[in-house]
Design a protein around this ligand. Structure first.
Ligand code: ATR
Length: 287
């Protein structure tokens, strides 16, 4: 009669949806967080055909099947944003980014957040690079650039110049961001063509998709910065090498990847992540 009954916590289900998706590191990253927190999770890579109907069908099946949270990656971030805007709700960061990378259910409707920009800020701060009062330049005016602007401004940067190959896109982005959020408006963003970006900055961020393509950006000779960040990660990035040779401290975006994942995990589970120790585990696992 005094038999001891053992109860285990139910496994929680997560996924990352994208196309392509096989390369995604999110499952291994979230398993490290789950181990830290003592949670039993499944985290799947979910391939989805590149059309809205398939995306809605997969998302509906996932959450109706008891899924707790989903990450959204290329090419579905804007679609997830559009859906949450009309049928659910959005965080302020997702609203300004115009893109969603984190989905969960709130009041039986989809809630979309965007943790990319705050992930960048958290990683930069963990490197000890000062953001308060910093003169910052972002090169690139696509979705990646748009997603990092509000968190950088909230971190206290003093000026922000957005430079782009197609200068009209940088101008439109500045106008749209200024209209979207009063905190951004008060900072008077500037825009220019990439080759017109000149002089000294505290931080330059490469938010173009040029990455490992072999192409190089037309950078002015006198463009310099104490700190230089590339949102891409992987092999040695020519953009970072250019500035490292001129004495800058540099970082690729692997730390941002872990930091944005940690913020998603915290939103979903309410458990705080020790990003530093997770990074050590992930780097050890990669060797
Ligand atoms: P993402 O979502 O990754 O930001 P995107 O919206 O397609 O992708 O934006 C890509 C960015 O990289 C743009 O700023 C693009 O410049 P243009 O607006 O002029 O197209 C930039 N980019 C991509 N390839 C580039 C190259 N070879 N040289 C310079 N800029 C490049």
């Amino acid at each position: 009669m005094n038999k001891t009954l053992t109860f285990t916590k139910a496994q929680q289900h997560f996924m990352v949806i994208g196309n392509p998706i096989a390369h995604s590191k999110s499952p291994e990253i979230h398993q490290v967080f789950a181990k830290q927190s003592g949670l039993d999770i499944s985290y799947q890579r979910q391939y989805c055909p590149d059309n809205a109907e398939s995306f809605y069908a997969v998302i509906t099946a996932f959450f109706n099947g008891g899924g707790v949270g989903a990450n959204v990656t290329v090419p579905f971030k804007q679609l997830a944003y559009d859906y949450c805007q009309t049928q659910g709700s959005l965080s302020e960061h997702a609203k300004v980014a115009g893109a969603v990378n984190t989905l969960l259910l709130k009041d039986e409707a989809l809630y979309g957040d965007n943790t990319d920009g705050q992930g960048l800020v958290n990683h930069i701060e963990s490197l000890g690079w000062p953001l308060n009062g910093a003169r910052v330049a972002i090169i690139g005016a696509g979705g990646a650039a748009r997603g990092v602007v509000l968190p950088l401004i909230q971190a206290g940067i003093s000026t922000l110049t957005i430079a782009n190959r197609t200068v009209s896109k940088a101008q439109v982005l500045v106008t749209e961001l200024s209209a979207a959020n009063s905190t951004i408006n008060s900072h008077k963003l500037k825009s220019c063509a990439t080759e017109e970006l000149t002089g000294a900055f505290d931080l330059i961020i490469n938010a173009t998709s040029i990455g490992l393509s072999g192409n190089t950006l037309p950078l002015a000779d006198d463009l310099s910065s104490h700190y230089v960040y590339d949102l891409m990660y992987g092999r040695a990035l020519p953009f970072l090498q250019h500035f490292a040779q001129r004495g800058a401290q540099t970082s690729d975006g692997y730390g941002m990847l872990i930091a944005q994942a940690a913020l998603s995990f915290e939103r979903w589970t309410g458990q705080a992540v020790d990003v530093k120790s997770a990074t050590v585990s992930l780097k050890a696992g990669a060797t």
